[in-house]
Design a binder for this molecule. Structure first.
Ligand SMILES: Cc1ncc(COP(=O)(O)OP(=O)(O)O)c(N)n1
Ligand code: 3NM
Ligand code: MG
Length: 206
């Protein structure tokens, strides 16, 4: 799909979620092997520290052309000069974010086709759909949707599948119609995070 959403920025095929606990020195290498999206997700940081983290991520990966979005916080995304924001059910509403930031990439967490339709109506650029598989990275999520939940949601917005995805599972979610994937554990809990990211990139292909 590769839809151009704003200023020539495309919805990434592989988004690596990054927290303040991760080794930021690896980010440039990940971007260089083809990770084309990074999401700054650090739930416990103050706005000030989250902005500093996002600025570091932008500096590390923008030279390679990767997109950076900030989880939860539109204000921080704007302050850090990031490309976009990812909004969930307890964050600023997509429509409000779109009014404030017409040119930003906006992602919206979705759990069904109806959610994706609503996100598109409100101005989102992509839908994060999940959890596709069980995940050890976040508590309190609904039961896994399974890869079969992707196909019915296709055709409204680019779908970024999230939840329990690693190199071995990329193929089936893309075959089901996902545009891309977003990953924590499949990269950061691998003994060699850059190699893991490169393997996912190779599974995504051109
Ligand atoms: C690509 C993508 N999809 C979904 C999520 C989940 O976002 P959210 O519902 O806001 O939950 P938290 O990540 O804030 O815990 C995401 N971050 N990225
Ligand atoms: C942060 C997050 N949100 C999800 C959702 O479905 O909304 S799944 C998830 C965790 C993704 O981490 P991993 O790649 O380690 O499973
Ligand atoms: Mg969020």
């Amino acid at each position: 799909m590769g839809r151009v959403v704003s200023g020539g920025i495309r919805v990434p095929r592989l988004t690596c979620l990054v927290s303040d606990r991760d080794d930021l020195t690896l980010l440039t290498a990940m971007a260089d092997v083809g990770v084309d999206g990074f999401q700054v997700r650090a739930k416990k940081l103050s706005g000030r520290l989250l902005t500093a983290l996002a600025e570091r991520v932008v500096a590390a990966v923008r030279p390679a052309g990767a997109t950076v979005v900030v989880n939860d916080r539109l204000d921080v995304a704007l302050a850090a000069g990031a490309d976009g924001v990812h909004l969930g059910a307890s964050d600023l509403a997509v429509a409000a974010a779109r009014r404030i930031a017409p040119g930003l990439v906006i992602g919206s967490t979705c759990r069904s086709r109806a959610d994706v339709v609503a996100a598109a109506r409100d101005g989102a650029d992509y839908a994060g759909i999940g959890p596709v598989f069980a995940t050890a990275s976040k508590d309190g999520l609904p039961d896994p949707l399974g890869p079969d939940a992707i196909a019915p949601a296709v055709g409204v917005l680019p779908l970024v599948a999230i939840g329990g995805i690693d190199a071995g599972r990329v193929g089936e979610v893309l075959a089901a119609g996902a545009h891309g994937v977003a990953v924590i554990g499949g990269i950061w809990r691998h003994p060699d995070p850059v190699a893991a990211a490169e393997e996912i990139v190779s599974q995504i292909g051109g």
